[in-house]
Design a protein around this ligand. Structure first.
Ligand code: C5P
Length: 220
């Protein structure tokens, strides 16, 4: 079996990884896979089943038993334990819980093979926090995408306001800082800049400009 190409895009909250990753994948004819969805799915189950967020063993158990399929008729939906979910994964509570469950080694362990199966099957643009460092250390291109915390919080605030959420900018800024802090300080697979990654700060760049820079690096 020929080795598949992986483009790893890692970075902090709201750096634009998803939209930029989708454009890069479309331009190259690669599959796009957002690994945040899998941690959000675990968080969604924890929330739905009212599991105490400090009950590590129970959370690791639901992660180990979780079944996750992509709904091929709708790119934004996934099927978690047989239930089709999409917007449910983006609520404030699921977002907050996702970085808590993602810090548990047992949860990350269960999710590793799922991600590696995708990498083995097809060319993919995979976005997340530990793709270049842990999941696909042999990726043909590793991008670390970031932007100032203010611009990232501003983008997220815009998204949440568009969804009709009544939330203040300072609340969004605080949540962004807390989530960054949890993702970077956890012991297992923290968010790091892989030594062989290209760092791009897109605070002052458009989506199209960022996509073009990534594609230029891919072609080198
Ligand atoms: O990227 P997104 O915001 O959807 O990710 C949700 C949460 O999942 C992040 O805050 C992070 O804690 C976790 N995550 C992770 N590793 C990944 C992708 C996401 O820990 N590869």
């Amino acid at each position: 079996m020929t080795k598949k190409n992986v483009i790893a895009i890692d970075g902090p909250v709201a750096a634009g990884k998803s939209i930029i990753g989708q454009y890069v994948a479309t331009r190259l004819g690669f599959r796009y896979f957002d690994t945040g969805v899998i941690y959000r799915s675990v968080a969604w189950i924890v929330h739905r089943q009212n599991i105490d967020e400090s009950d590590k063993l129970q959370i690791e158990l639901v992660a180990a038993q979780m079944s996750l399929d992509l709904d091929t008729s709708n790119t934004n939906a996934v099927i978690v334990n047989g239930v089709i979910v999409s917007d449910e994964l983006k609520t404030q509570e699921v977002t907050r819980l996702s970085s808590i469950v993602a810090a548990l080694p047992g949860v990350r362990n269960s999710m590793t093979s799922l991600q590696r199966n995708i990498i083995d099957r097809e060319d993919v643009v995979m976005v997340g926090r530990d793709i270049g460092s842990i999941i696909a250390p042999d990726a043909v291109l590793k991008i670390y995408l970031t932007a100032s915390v203010e611009s990232r919080a501003r983008r997220r605030f815009g998204d949440l306001s568009d969804q009709g959420l009544d939330i203040s900018f300072s609340q969004v800024l605080q949540e962004t800082i807390s989530r960054d802090e949890r993702d970077s300080s956890r012991t297992d697979s923290p968010l790091v800049i892989p030594h062989d990654a290209i760092s791009i700060d897109n605070s002052e760049m458009t989506i199209e400009e960022t996509v073009d820079v990534i594609l230029e690096h891919y072609r080198i």
